[in-house]
Structures are given as structure tokens and as C-alpha cells.
Design a protein. Structure first.
Length: 128
């Protein structure tokens, strides 16, 4: 259940996700800090992210969040049996992995099938 934010996202906030991210990748395995090349190799489904797919907003308890809308695409690879799937938000022009979160169903995916990702949030909390 690895979750991870790039140092650029940590330094510059959720606006990076809203303005720079242009790819959403469903990946078959992930280790925190994996490079863009590794994430690309592990991609099961690549979905283009367009303006409006990620919206900044308020979260619970005064937090802020990047709200990623539901996305879908066609799988280009098999996930393998019993995968530990993750969703990576990436900026292709910078070859940067901006944020990674767990995909909780870990449902086996077959190449050529439609992949439907439900909406999810990347949240930054107030400091304590």
C-alpha cells in the first residue's frame, strides 16, 4: 500500500498535480521513489489526463486536496495474478512521477480490456 509524493509536489503543492500532470498510469508494482522509466515499464494502462480531470478543493478538517475524477482507458498489458496495483500521476514532458496512491481493488487486468478508475483524492493536511 505504498503512497508517495515527488519532492517537486511536496515543495510546490497540489497545484503541480492540477497544472502539470498529463498521465495517469495503472501500474502492476511500485516501490516508493521508483523512476519514471520503471513506472513506465510496469504500466498496465496509460490514461491521458486533460484539463479539468484534476480539481483542487477543500478536504476534511481544513486540509486541501487534488480531486482526480473517474478515468478510463484500455489496458495495454496484463497485470498478472494477484497484483498489487497502484495509480501513478505523471508528467511525461519532465519524465516525472508526481504522486502515487494505492489502487484498492487489486483486480486482475487483462490486456485489451477497459480499465475504469474511480475518482480519488490526493490530500495535504494542515501542519501539526
Amino acid at each position: 500500500m505504498a503512497k508517495w509524493l515527488n519532492s517537486n509536489t511536496l515543495d510546490n503543492g497540489l497545484a503541480v498535480l492540477d497544472t502539470a500532470v498529463n498521465e495517469c498510469r495503472l501500474i502492476s508494482s511500485y516501490t516508493p521513489g521508483d523512476s519514471y522509466a520503471t513506472v513506465s515499464t510496469n504500466t498496465v494502462c496509460l490514461i491521458s489526463v486533460a484539463a479539468g480531470d484534476i480539481v483542487l478543493g477543500d478536504g476534511a478538517a481544513s486540509s486541501r486536496q487534488a480531486q482526480v475524477g473517474a478515468l478510463s482507458g484500455t489496458a495495454t498489458a496484463n497485470s498478472g495474478a494477484a497484483p498489487d496495483l497502484h495509480v501513478a500521476l505523471c508528467t511525461s514532458g519532465s519524465s516525472r512521477v508526481d504522486a502515487v496512491t494505492d489502487e484498492t481493488t487489486d483486480q486482475e487486468v487483462t490486456s485489451g480490456n477497459t480499465v475504469n478508475l474511480t475518482a480519488f483524492n490526493i490530500t495535504m493536511n494542515q501542519p501539526t
